[in-house]
Design a protein around this ligand. Structure first.
Ligand SMILES: [Ca+2]
Length: 383
């Protein structure tokens, strides 16, 4: 019931000819909802409201994230700045994530860029979800150019990470300016027991098997987004990779181009299938298939102001925040009040263009839940 996303997935799956009844994440049958839903995602209020698990809102008290590999090396040339402002204007790149230490550079339009490219997002002030009642001010940060790929996630799995035996350290993956935003050891129990269970979790059988990007051995999907990630796994991956999950404000900020307040990451032009993977047309062929999880960065016409790829479409992306009222005032803020529901945003491969707009405020799921439509990308701090 909490899944606008899942409902859309169900509709998409039916539309794709999978036929018959489909099953929701909790195992129940879901008859589906209208795919052209409202611009406001359903709010799963209830349960544990207003239970602080850490600092709410901004904090100037810097917290040491305590993660390895966080050093940032500014000065590596990014993408060539486009006159349309659609790609790589910043030209700065953070140090590669741990996941790319021995990974071939196979991402981007030509398939020859590091999948861990991370680009500077200059801080500033903007209006969250295009709502002039919700301004937010952010410090500079780095945001990975690409969604987490299967290849990067494989490095994490091969390292034995993401399991109860090898959970993130306490407070790993914290936002450097938000106290209490790092890994909580109480979450260790939410990780798969071992690597076998982890691989099963990211290849769920209740969805069409051809929607699973993970393969047990390296195959043709290494540069596709890793999907079916629940929030804990996304968090644990980014922490291990030397980064963290972006806040909702940060991912929204990158999507609207900061104070340019763009309707879409690329600007105000209506979307088409060269800009984003949506409507199950990412591969240019009607109907949903694995190929609609396009290789990350292969629709550069849709890149954002600072060069980030696939901010709209392909997979929805988890953020740090919980569902609920955005903190006000918001200075490097995140809403951490209700850990039973976490947000993701950006729209997915089978959603209509409504969900691609940067004004769309995302959806929420229980952090234990996953669907093939949801992946993540990592952010990194700036020293
Ligand atoms: Ca995306």
């Amino acid at each position: 019931m909490k899944l606008v996303i899942l409902s859309l997935f169900v509709v998409g799956a039916i539309g794709c000819g999978s036929g018959g009844a489909t099953v929701d994440a909790s195992g129940g049958l879901d008859s589906g909802h209208a795919a052209d839903g409202p611009a406001v995602v359903e709010k799963d209020v209830g349960a544990v409201a207003d239970t602080p698990i850490g600092n709410i809102g901004e904090s100037d008290g810097a917290v040491d994230a305590g993660v390895a590999g966080g050093a940032v090396d500014v000065g590596v040339a990014g993408d060539t700045a486009g006159s349309g402002g659609s790609d790589g204007a910043s030209g700065a790149s953070a140090a590669s994530g741990a996941s790319c230490a021995s990974l071939p550079a196979t991402c981007g339009p030509a398939g020859n860029e590091s999948c861990c490219t991370s680009l500077l997002v200059p801080g500033g002030t903007f209006y969250r979800n295009d709502d002039y009642n919700h301004p937010a001010t952010l410090s500079d940060f780095y945001l990975d150019k690409y969604e987490i790929t299967v290849g990067r996630f494989r490095a994490f799995v091969n390292a034995g990470m993401g399991t109860r035996a090898s959970p993130p350290a306490a407070n790993a993956g914290a936002h450097p300016r938000i106290a209490g935003s790092g890994w909580d050891p109480a979450w260790n129990a939410s990780l798969p027991v071992d690597t076998v269970a982890l691989q099963a979790a990211i290849a769920p059988t209740l969805f069409p098997s051809d929607w699973t990007t993970w393969t047990s051995v390296p195959g043709g999907n290494e540069s596709r987004p890793q999907n079916s990630l629940n929030w804990y796994l996304a968090f644990a991956f980014c922490a291990w990779d030397g980064g963290r999950l972006p806040t909702d404000a940060e991912l929204n900020y990158a999507g609207v181009g900061g104070d340019e307040q763009r309707k879409y990451p690329w600007g105000s032009a209506d979307p088409n299938y060269t800009m984003a993977s949506y409507d199950c047309m990412g591969d240019g062929i009607a109907g949903c298939s694995l190929a609609d999880f396009v290789f990350v960065g292969t629709k550069p016409a849709g890149n954002g102001r600072w060069g980030h790829a696939d901010l709209s479409g392909n997979v929805w992306e988890w953020v740090l925040d919980c569902l609920g009222e955005a903190p006000m005032p918001c200075n490097d803020c995140a809403n951490l009040r209700d850990p039973t529901s976490r947000l993701n945003r950006g729209g997915g491969l089978d959603n209509p263009d409504t969900y691609l707009s940067s004004a769309y405020n995302g959806s929420d799921m229980h952090p234990d839940e996953s669907t093939p439509e949801v992946g993540a990308r990592c952010a990194r701090g700036k020293p």
